[in-house]
Write a protein that binds this ligand. Sequence first.
Ligand SMILES: [Fe+2]
Length: 466
Amino acid sequence: MAQVSNTRRSPFLAGVYAPVDDELEVAELAVTGEIPGALRGTFVRNGPNPMFEPKGRYHIFDGDGMLHAVSLDEGRASYRNRWIRSAGLMAEIGARRALYGGMADADFPGPDVVGDAGPMKNVANTHVIRHAGRILALWEAGPPTEVNPELATVGPFDFGGRLLGAMTAHPKIDPDSGELLFFGYSALPPFLRYYVVDAAGELTRHVDLELPAPVMMHDFVVTAEHVVFLDAPAVFDLEGFAAGGEMLSWRPELGARLGVMPRDGDARDVVWCEVDPCYVFHFLNAWTEGSHVHVDACRMEDMDIGLGDGPPPEGANGRLGRFTVDLGSGTASWEQLDDLPSDFPRIDDRRAGRRHRYGYVGAITGPSTGFGAFDAVVRHDLERGERAVCSFGAGHVVGEPVFAPDPGGTAEDDGWLVSFVYDAEHDTSDVVVLDARDVAGGPVARIHMPRRVPFGFHGSWFPAEP
Ligand SMILES: [Fe+2]
């Protein structure tokens, strides 16, 4: 397998972002501290990990998806990692080199180069969820990719042909109904589609929605009654891209709006509310209270994902706060709730769409060292306006804190947070386990990875069968 050695072309090939070139299975990992006995299941995290030296300019969103799974049982931990073997990656494995360019270059290989693998590689590198017994690796520009519990790639999954385009990497599962709700966006009409999948995994409904312009919409949020979309001015420019310009442009003059739709509604029912131009990569949660919808999010003043040749955009991180939508007047307001640069927000998913008290984020408490390079996990008590910080210190990068409920608990914060932490000085990674009730107390366990695990995006906790 070719090694990725050229770090000059992209800052996203060095340090915490540098890919690994192996697939491991380790039956027992070294642990410092004690893994709670009730914490039984698997933490799976997705992320970009190019198998071959990238062709052209590499962006972190381009890398082949790799899943890292840490399974916990009775205080012991095991590890496995696997690439997602997309059709595009299989063509590259056959050629023993990269055949696809990245999103910074208009380079779409034809059938003479990649056979029937298609002009775009569905890298499936952004998130991984489990719904109706299927494990799906997600990427917002294409359909999900199913993998089996051993992380072997099954292939693209289109809900029996009912998925008509791409699927966001941030679907939401309703904790009561078990429904999977999501959207897909497209640079070609219809620019936005909303989908409902029932608890059994059957895609039962889709709604086409109108937007003034095609935009990159990374996440949305759901309450028990509504779905909420943010139409932010990160606009696709296909003509400019074909002429050698950037694919996406930030156009605040077009404004931004939150769209609130009843979950069983359609395009005619959407209430659009103007908000100041902003971008949200990730929502924390939302809930409906009478005629108001409360939407907690990590909000950015603008959006720069560093598609140019420069270093990763520093400070390109959000601030946690709350939009409040008044459905009666069709207006929305924003209140910032914390001043730390923060993103990767998570809650106890059993509260999804319901009023939550606690939120957990990755945050930057020291000097910023790059895109998404958080050095701390922060617990917010949003009822009391208090925060608790677990800082890992300079030279450490912590990922998204994923909430794993305590099966014996009843309170919203009865559980643990699991996350990867990278130590730049020693070039090693751990999975840390924090008690969600005592985040400032530091890790109750550090699970030492057999070698470092690169920066990644999102993951899930899959509880073991009781
Ligand atoms: Fe995301």
